[in-house]
Design a protein around this ligand. Sequence first.
Ligand code: ADP
Ligand code: MG
Length: 304
Amino acid sequence: MAISLEVPAVELNNVTKSYGAVSALKGISFSIAAGEVVAFLGPNGAGKSTSISLMLGLRRPTTGSVALFGENPRIAKHRARVGAMLQESAMPSTLRVHEVVELFGRFHERPMVVRDVLAMAGLDEKRNARLNQLSGGQKRRVCFALALVGNPDILFLDEPTTGLDIEARRRFWDQINLQVIAGKTIILTTHNLEEADSLANRIIVINHGEIIADDTPEQIKRHVGGKHISFRASKLTLAELQRLPAIRDIREIGEKFELYSKEPERFLAALFSQHAAEVSELEVVGAGLEEAFLSLTVEKKKAA
Ligand code: ADP
Ligand code: MG
């Protein structure tokens, strides 16, 4: 077995973080190697931004340890190697785009050429615009440019595309992917499975302050591919339906039944082979991420 002697880019060991009575992280551990592109996927309030702020050394863990390049993230020498795009960031609104990028570049020893940074962030045409004249999506691009300008080894992007329309989101993905090709270590957060899948080669699913899955996008998608199924079957009882395979959370609502299945084909085959005549108004829709998180949480508890 090959043993890597390289220091991990980021390492967390049994980290908890509480804000007063709120327990935002309940003991998480992971190690991210240099060159990895990792997405933290989870719903609002899962603990994604808290995790980012700990990795950046902006906050301290309540218990446990956090290391960036093998050392305390709070030490100043790491600043030059790190670029970050946080969820909320205030910017001096009357400066022009190229001015603010240039200003940020001066905080770094080896800044990139401003023109190149603006091109990478898709801001060529907006270089002379004042920040207060930009759309929400364009402001996110400025934040991205500020994360890039120091030519960092590792990029932290906290919900980089939240609030953008599909087209703007896709363009942003292309720009992030250019950084992936350039070999940067990238840690991003999102509540969008498609985004995590398009950008990352590893997805860490986080919910209620706990890591519930840490795997390749292919494996994660296999687990979250379930369907919501509903149909009318007035002559059937809940007990009869519960004997069918591959169902979870079946409920009777009026004359309709609703359930969630990770193997919808198997369930439907059994339903129709036994009860075809009674079933009407069948609907099958992709389950949302919330159900997926729930099902991953249930699986993890069963495994434990
Ligand atoms: P996410 O980024 O996944 O939406 P956060 O890390 O922002 O989640 O928040 C995790 C939990 O911690 C939430 O319950 C949130 O309300 C709480 N929280 C976050 N920041 C603070 C804070 N500064 N003070 C109190 N509670 C906070
Ligand atoms: Mg957040």
